[in-house]
Write a protein that binds this ligand. Structure first.
Ligand SMILES: *[C@@H]1O[C@H](CO)[C@@H](O)[C@H](O)[C@H]1NC(C)=O
Ligand SMILES: *[C@@H]1O[C@H](CO)[C@@H](O)[C@H](O)[C@H]1NC(C)=O
Ligand SMILES: *[C@@H]1O[C@H](CO)[C@@H](O)[C@H](O)[C@H]1NC(C)=O
Length: 236
């Protein structure tokens, strides 16, 4: 069994794999800002502009079947359209072996464990593609969040409701979905400990006052979770 610690490590494994078999994956080289020829648009995916891949096989027989995962740029929610060329279009993307996109936009991605035949043995939602830590067969820690309307009394605005994200993690059986333990910041980390302006922003956009990035099991079997509020200089 191959325990993929997170989407990113599966990506790294795949990239090593690609390099090992000397497949050449490259995009066209010269573009001007008004030229979109490096991107593909799909009628059924109007919000997406997908990188074109120029794939050359030197020995196709030597390449194991599978898909290619292309690294995500950290924004996954979509940017305003420009025709500025960037070496990092919004991702992540999954391509088949001929460079046709077969999957994208994994903002609400799962942590998925495959066996050595690349068959799925279990899958569980992982908030924002953050930590998915398989610590034993079937058992994992997964970053999790829920949205809840809270009263802002703690930051001096009693009676003012605000939708917030409450981040934490689950100790979960990724094969059955059974939750052994769940923790989130509600009742543990008050709103006034964040340097985010919790009251700011559109009401339907939950305040991300404390953002969970990673979680680990300590030797005494407790969980340690790393949380930080996002900021423009420190994207999470
Ligand atoms: C694709 O890459 C190969 C190998 O570098 C090159 O010979 C070919 O011209 C490229 N094709 C396009 C359409 O860019
Ligand atoms: C994610 O996991 C859930 C729970 O196991 C499952 O129902 C869902 O199909 C999975 N989604 C994907 C895209 O794998
Ligand atoms: C781990 O959890 C146990 C049980 O809740 C507690 O008694 C112990 O102090 C915790 N250890 C640490 C290092 O926090």
């Amino acid at each position: 069994m191959i325990p993929f610690r997170s989407f990113y490590s599966s990506l790294a494994i795949r990239l090593v794999f690609i390099t090992y078999f000397t497949i050449c994956l490259s995009t066209a080289t010269i573009f001007v800002s008004s030229d979109d020829s490096d991107l593909v648009s799909y009628v059924t995916l109007p919000d997406h502009r997908v990188l074109k891949c120029n794939i050359t096989y030197y020995d196709r027989q030597a390449v194991a079947p599978g898909y290619w995962f292309v690294a995500p740029y950290w924004i996954t929610g979509g940017e305003p359209y420009t025709n500025r060329w960037m070496p990092y279009q919004i991702g992540p993307y999954i391509f088949d072996q001929d460079g046709t996109v077969i999957g994208l936009d994994l903002e609400n991605a799962n942590g998925t464990v495959l066996n050595n035949r690349y068959q799925i043995t279990g899958s569980t939602p992982v908030n924002d593609k953050h930590e998915f830590y398989v610590y034993a067969p079937g058992r994992s820690l997964a970053i999790h969040h829920r949205r809840e309307v809270v009263d802002l009394w703690k930051i001096g605005m009693p009676g003012v409701p605000r939708l917030v994200k409450l981040h934490g993690f689950r100790d979960i059986d990724y094969t059955t979905g059974e939750i052994f333990f769940e923790w989130d910041s509600q009742g543990h980390v008050p709103l006034d400990e964040s340097f985010i302006a919790v009251e700011a922003g559109p009401p339907d956009d939950p305040a991300d006052y404390l953002h969970a990035n990673s979680v680990e099991k300590t030797k005494d079997k407790n969980g340690t979770v790393s949380l930080n509020p996002p900021s423009p200089s420190c994207p999470t």
